[in-house]
Design a binder for this molecule. Sequence first.
Ligand code: GLP
Length: 261
Amino acid sequence: MEVIIQSSQENASVLAAQMVARLIRSKPEAVLGLATGSTPLPFYRELIRMHREEALDFSAVTTFNLDEYVGLGPRHPASYYRFMQENLFEHINIRPELAFIPDGMASDVPASCLEYEARIRDAGGLDVQILGIGSDGHIGFNEPISSLASRTRIKTLTPRTRLDNARYFATPEEVPHHVITMGIGTIMEARQVLLMGFGANKADALAAAIEGPVSAQVPASVLQFHPRAHVLIDEAASGKLQRTEYYRHVFNNKPVWQQVS
Ligand code: GLP
């Protein structure tokens, strides 16, 4: 795991976008795993800027989103489908038929989860998975005690996650109880993982994930087993970490060939 501490969310997001842009330029048919929430917004803005100003080409890229609320259709303002259209897809030249999001309206949820997994496999697997982190350490919507080997499936949200996400809904009661999420096993098969976390309210979850024991109580801690995981955070989010000096030293002393920007 590589922990990269930047002075601001903006700087960390630009760095993450540079890493993804480099991947797309070297592999135009790259397969990206994407995330929602407030965390990746500046990252998406930078990808859009690169598309407009630096001709970053998404025409052969395939994307798979992590998760979706059960019962929310594509037009619901809080659906992740809508989030992705508004915050990324409408602004780049991605082919709509290559941008996949779990189907929150599926009549047969287990079958649609199996199909989602098959689609990822058929696309050749995820080259990189973008992740945020929940205040309880969840990734995607894999809440604490999710199996570390889980695949795409239905999950029940914790009251805390429903409350955290209530800001996207007209009233807190409207937040669905159920979601479809890629599993932790699915995420772990991505060839690279980029987790972003910003702000003091993520500091505890990040400290537990990065420096705590690997445990299903903190789903993001499983990334300690990932051979190529980058964690990009800002100062506030690094507040509870013990080894920040070492993380900074590593980043500032990388061999040139290993530098990320
Ligand atoms: C939701 C999403 C996660 C995201 C988390 C954090 O639960 N399913 O993928 O990481 O929210 O959200 P935010 O980035 O808004 O803090």
